[in-house]
Ligand binder design. Sequence first.
Ligand code: NCD
Length: 331
Amino acid sequence: MTTASVNPALLQQLDTDGRLKHLITLEGLQRPLIERLLNRAQQFIRPLGAPPARSSALAGVTVANLFGEASTRTRGSFELAARRLGADVINLEVHLSSRSKGETILDTVYTLQSMQLDVLIMREAETGVPGYVARHLASHVSVLSAGESHLSHPTQGLLDALTIRQCKGGFQKLTVAIVGDIAHSRVARSTFQALKILNVGAVRIVAPQGLMPAPEEFPCCERVHSLEQGIRGVDVIMMLRIQKERMSELSVPDGTTYFSEFGLTYERLRLAKPDAIVMHPGPMNRGVEIDSEVADGAQSVIQQQVTNGVAIRMAVLEAVTEGLRRDWNRA
Ligand code: NCD
């Protein structure tokens, strides 16, 4: 399946009342909806060490995590988010499920649906699958993408936006540099979409020629091939991992050479504004795209991004089940 499911024309993400029903892409979503999600997520933030925010909003709701690619942060935070809202949660790894025995994706998800599934969270290496599944499941079931190939990772885009808003207060005056393997990065695409919807000042994409996206992608972004030039004077630096799993072995850059040209070191960080923040979606490859001194330094907000991930996923789960819960209350 190579046709892009992320075309919003193919998949209506909003229900007939204009509520968010599926979240497969941020493309095409309106600013008030994104802002509502960020505001709601902010209400779920608690200091580390304090009891986490909890509610019974999703009591009786069944959520399945179906992951076809490795994940620590995204899967863990979706699970915690669902549990903290009181949902029943089932976790399935594709290589351990019947899909590894040749079952089709639709048979797998219909099986889950028969167990009274309400929300399917899925990570897929193949493009098109989350949208395809959303079009085939019963109308009460929501599909949330937890990462679709190189195309889309909408909750990561939202949590990045929330982190930037917490640190910088807004978006309009900011220059954001997205650095690294942009060609293969679903995070770069979704975060760029979120920032665009939120009216960010400017986005620079910074990468070696071989890791730059196609010319028609990332419209209106300045494209810079040098890290030093790319981060000069910026407010936000977003570093990305080289997505080896989406490249042929021969095209994977050598780690040491890459670090010497595109690794974010403390010296280079001084070219950005003095109060610039450093972000990374994780997992990091220390010594390849980022130096440990920077990753663990005072300007790093990488752990804050992880905390925000749970809050954003709580806000999204609450939003997509609103219609369902209203129907239950009426019945
Ligand atoms: C990213 C992903 O899986 O797309 N990680 C994440 O979700 N936190 C980025 C990556 O794997 O490099």
